[in-house]
Ligand binder design. Sequence first.
Ligand code: HEC
Length: 104
Amino acid sequence: MPARTRLLLLLCTTPAAAAAEGRGVFAAHCVPCHGADGKARTPAGKKLGARDLSESRLPDAEIERQILDGVRDAKAAHRMPPFRDKLGNQEVAALVSYVKTFRR
Ligand code: HEC
């Protein structure tokens, strides 16, 4: 196997690669509400009351559930949309790791 292929394979399985994937998926789907810094200081984030992810202390399973199912208000309208049909398992796992990097 050529060295470059080996390097690529290695890179794709490291935590750093998962973090990079998480950053990309977050930029594509989450930044409009949560902001690039996770603090939700965007117009949509303020309007909807999105959470500051640096303050979040949710356990992994709960973060995953919330990404998959979204969050509804008392009238059952979505405050955060569900991503179950938009993201694959690996993307969701990468996001769970990535959102925790905002924590202080
Ligand atoms: C349309 C706006 C919107 C988008 C897009 C969005 N969110 Fe949210 N998110 C919210 C809102 C609003 C809340 C607060 C819900 C509540 O009342 O608990 C929230 C809460 C969260 C929480 C829970 C924080 C806590 O501790 O309570 C996490 C984690 C989260 N979002 C991650 C994500 C990720 C990852 C994505 C991208 C896949 C994403 N969100 C996309 C609006 C959004």
